[in-house]
Design a protein around this ligand. Structure first.
Ligand code: PA5
Length: 448
């Protein structure tokens, strides 16, 4: 059976194989430190063995809950921000029909998102959409106190109370939060919502393989057992007992650290499948929030090719040479479409008539690879055999593991996010939140 592969052959013209090998000991040690639990942030290592520790009963409970939601609602609003929605959206978008939301005859509910912004127009349009639709809400917040999802949930709950009885509401709301703490836990217990727990030792951005990701993915009609199976394979493959060359997360971590220390401060995650746009958004959060601290860290950026070759392509080809690319390449598409022959041939495309669209995509990928490498951009390639649940499970765990290893190799704590508090403190002060009086005075003075 095929698995995710990493190819760093187009990096070695920039940093030598020996230089990358020079990181072998460090990344192997970082991996061991993760598994020993002896490094920074070791209270948040629950994600490490999540795939192998998820029980059949737990998965069945998630699937049964998903079935209930699917049976009552045409629209399901996943309400959460950051790690509390990006993993679910990444997987759902990657696996769903691109035009699914436009189909009239649907077997799956439409999954939409709220609580990931504070846009008033977005809030209005969401409520306006749902007022005459059958809907359910999966509200997700580990802390249970995050402002964005809390505002959205207030609005959604108010709409539910206008439309449904108390018993109906209980069938239509699922809360995923801490086992004991937080406002969402208190409310869920008070109202009798079905709940799932985000384990204490799993941080938001590492939580896609908990109910945070698995419930929305199951509601959207995708096979969460296969997703977990793929992640299990990668968990096994990236254990400290595996050699450096056989451990793709270790190779990725070593390569990106070697590039970083050679002046490549920006990593661009590239895909050639529009369905992977949100996988990049998930990856950006994972790496950005994990590594960007103590004035260190690779800046994670992303592009969708070939679309963005017509916007960002120029910069990547000829801009500041402080970037490298990591390309997620899907070997075989799920469907086959061939380019038709045209008698008039006004567009001169008959030279590719009869070829699959994917063959053109692959040649664009290859042509871009050569052009960018020639232009001074090192290229890491991640090859996925197919876009399905199993391989996405491999990819998610691969990235999580590589992020933990990379972070330790960089010397920072990849499991906290102290910098995120700064904007919150100022926002609360400006809004006049009780308890923030001193901060209010200080920020008002700053803004004079
Ligand atoms: O990775 C993280 O910890 C964060 O991005 C959180 O996921 C995000 O801030 C949402 O937090 P919460 O789930 O507590 O509402």
């Amino acid at each position: 059976m095929k698995h995710l592969k990493i190819d760093i052959s187009k990096v070695t013209g920039f940093v030598s194989e020996d230089t990358i090998r020079g990181y072998e000991d460090k990344v192997m040690k970082s991996n061991k430190t993760l598994h020993d639990g002896s490094g920074k942030g070791s209270d948040f290592l629950g994600w490490l063995d999540l795939p192998s520790s998820i029980t059949e009963e737990h998965l069945d409970d998630i699937k049964a809950t998903a079935e209930k939601i699917r049976s009552v609602a045409d629209y399901v609003v996943v309400t959460g921000i950051g790690g509390s929605y990006l993993g679910a959206k990444a997987v759902i978008d990657a696996l769903s029909n691109s035009f699914d939301f436009l189909q009239n005859e649907r077997k799956d509910p439409i999954v939409i998102y709220a609580g990931h912004n504070i846009g008033e127009d977005y809030s209005y349009e969401l409520i306006d959409l749902l007022k005459d639709k059958s809907f359910a809400v999966v509200v997700i917040s580990k802390s249970g106190t995050t402002t964005e999802p809390a505002i959205a949930f207030r609005l959604l709950k108010q709409l539910m109370e206008e439309k449904y009885s108390a018993d109906e509401i209980k069938e239509r709301i699922v809360a995923i939060t801490d086992a004991k703490k937080g406002a969402l836990r208190t409310l869920a217990d008070q109202e009798g919502y079905k709940t799932f727990v985000i384990p204490d030792d799993v941080g938001g951005r590492y939580s896609v393989l908990t109910p945070v990701g698995l419930l929305p993915i199951a509601i959207a009609g995708h096979d969460i057992k296969q997703l977990v199976e793929g992640a299990r394979f990668m968990e096994e493959q990236t254990k400290p007992g595996t050699s450096f060359d056989e451990n793709p997360s270790a190779v990725y971590a070593a390569t990106r650290n070697a590039l970083y220390n050679d002046g490549k401060a920006i990593e661009i995650l590239v895909n050639y499948q529009p369905k992977l746009h949100y996988l990049s958004e998930w990856w950006k959060q994972l790496y950005g929030e994990s590594e960007g601290k103590e004035n260190k860290g690779i800046f994670p950026a992303s592009v969708d090719f070939t679309t963005d070759l017509h916007s960002m392509g120029q910069w990547i080809q000829e801009g500041v040479r402080d970037i490298f690319e990591t390309v997620v390449s899907v070997e075989t598409p799920n469907y086959e479409v061939k380019i038709p022959r045209d008698e008039a041939n006004l567009d001169s495309l008959n030279y590719i008539a009869g070829k699959r669209v994917d063959e053109v995509n692959k040649m664009a990928e290859l042509g871009t690879l050569v052009a960018h490498v020639d232009g001074g951009v090192p290229n890491i390639k991640l090859e996925l055999p197919k876009l399905n649940e199993y391989y996405l499970g491999e990819l998610l765990y691969f990235f999580e593991k590589a992020c933990g290893i990379s972070g330790y190799t960089l010397g920072i704590n990849p499991f906290d996010q102290p910098g995120v508090e700064a904007y919150k403190k100022n926002m609360f002060a400006l809004l006049g939140k009780p308890g923030f009086e001193e901060e209010t005075k200080a920020i008002r003075a700053r803004l004079k």
